[in-house]
Design a protein around this ligand. Structure first.
Ligand SMILES: NC(=O)c1ccc[n+]([C@@H]2O[C@H](COP(=O)([O-])OP(=O)(O)OC[C@H]3O[C@@H](n4cnc5c(N)ncnc54)[C@H](O)[C@@H]3O)[C@@H](O)[C@H]2O)c1
Ligand SMILES: CC(C)[C@H](C(=O)O)[C@@H](O)C(=O)O
Ligand SMILES: [Mg+2]
Length: 352
């Protein structure tokens, strides 16, 4: 079993360190770890945010665990060299089109949510975000308009095959849950979304036991805070999924709690090849201070063990240990506590 670990920038190395301790505590036989550079640190060391050897390491592994990338000092770089390109490059090169972002409240921790406790308690949804298409990967450019003003543009597009494959992921996931798919688009305005919606309807025919509903993204943003209990599987495009998942994390409690799995079609000996990362970024405002919440990264490790290595019981044990840690009040500052990143790691290890 080979895991490639890419700590990245900012709080990335701090949160990955705790996940690595958790992984070590499992003493998995036959596990090999590899470490690579991504993001701003890779740009500084190798001149590129996603060096060829890092990509090669990812391809040779059964799974990748990534911390975060991003550095304000790189804001002035051309887009191709920005740290974020490492993540986008990994997703595209590894064809990881399906991003699963579960948003579930933790028992007895409703008070941590930005929502009223009664509403927060009910959240249990899975955001299925398409990850290799949309405006993220469309043609981009800069021109001048007739009056000489600079114009930036990004092409937004989905072809039906891209929508079809993410639709199947969402419907399959719904079959093992409450059998409801909510497809979120902006079909009242965007042609991209009309293709999205038509394709969702077409795929739904293969899943007679799953109900499909549609919602415009503006309304979906509202319903996510007003009545999240109504949402089971929410499937959407790359851009809308990015935004709605950060919002969902605040409904659960903190962005430091939300894990993700990015999957494609490639199978490994033990499961599906995937890239696992917290949904948050490098948090430059708190980096290097031991303030970051490592839970999302530890929970991403649990997803890695489940989906890529077929280690369901180890994954569940980690999830239980994180939940018990939160319940015991070992909380970082984002959750109103005073525990350090490492103290949360210690508490999870003790429970494991
Ligand atoms: N997957 C990724 O690597 C990823 C995701 C999002 C943003 N980014 C990059 O990260 C940089 C910062 O972006 P941003 O500030 O918009 O988003 P961010 O997610 O890094 O931070 C947003 C806010 O949440 C807080 N936060 C984030 N993670 C936390 C954690 N684990 N514990 C406690 N608090 C946490 C931060 O302190 C900040 O106040 C940018 O360069 C951006 O492009 C990377
Ligand atoms: C860093 C950035 C490219 C990335 C995205 O927009 O997908 C991040 O915000 C995320 O949610 O994983
Ligand atoms: Mg994001």
């Amino acid at each position: 079993m080979k895991i490639a670990i890419f700590p990245g920038d900012g709080i990335g190395p701090e949160v990955v360190e705790q996940a690595r301790r958790v992984l070590a505590a499992l003493s998995l036989p036959g596990l090999k770890l590899f470490e690579g550079d991504v993001g701003a640190c890779a740009y500084r060391r190798h001149g590129h945010p996603l060096p060829a050897e890092t990509l090669q390491m990812a391809k040779a592994a059964d799974a990748v665990l990534l911390g975060a990338v991003g550095d304000p000092e790189c804001d002035g770089l051309v887009r191709e060299l920005r740290p974020e390109q490492a993540i986008l490059g990994l997703r595209k090169e590894l064809e990881l089109f399906a991003n699963l972002r579960p948003a579930k409240s933790f028992p007895n921790l409703e008070h941590l949510s930005a929502l009223k406790p009664d509403i927060a308690r009910s959240i249990d949804c899975l955001i299925v975000r398409e990850l290799t298409g949309d405006v993220y990967f469309g043609e981009k450019g800069r021109d001048r308009n007739a009056s000489g003003d600079v114009v930036g543009w990004d092409r937004m597009a989905y072809d039906a095959s891209e929508v079809r494959r993410i639709a199947h992921i969402a419907f399959d996931a719904a079959r093992g849950r409450k059998r409801r798919v909510l497809s979120v688009d902006k079909a009242n305005v965007l042609e991209t979304s009309r293709v999205w919606r038509e394709t969702m309807i077409e795929v739904a025919e293969d899943y007679p036991k799953v109900t499909l509903a549609h919602m415009y993204v503006d309304n979906a943003a509202m319903q996510l805070v007003r009545d999240p209990a109504a949402i089971d599987v929410l499937v959407t495009g790359n851009l809308f999924g990015d935004i709605l998942s950060d919002q969902a994390s605040a409904c659960v409690g903190s962005i430091g709690l939300m894990a993700s799995a990015s999957l494609g079609a490639r199978k490994t000996e033990f499961g599906t090849f995937g890239l696992y990362e917290p949904i948050h970024g490098s948090a430059p405002d708190i980096a290097g201070q031991g303030l970051a919440n490592p839970s999302a990264t530890i929970l991403s490790l649990a997803m890695l063990l489940r989906h890529s290595l077929g280690l369901e019981s180890e994954a569940s044990r980690i999830e239980a240990a994180v939940e018990e840690t939160l319940n015991a009040g070992v909380l970082t500052r984002d959750l109103g506590g005073e525990a350090s990143t490492r103290e949360v790691g210690d508490a999870v290890l003790a429970r494991l």
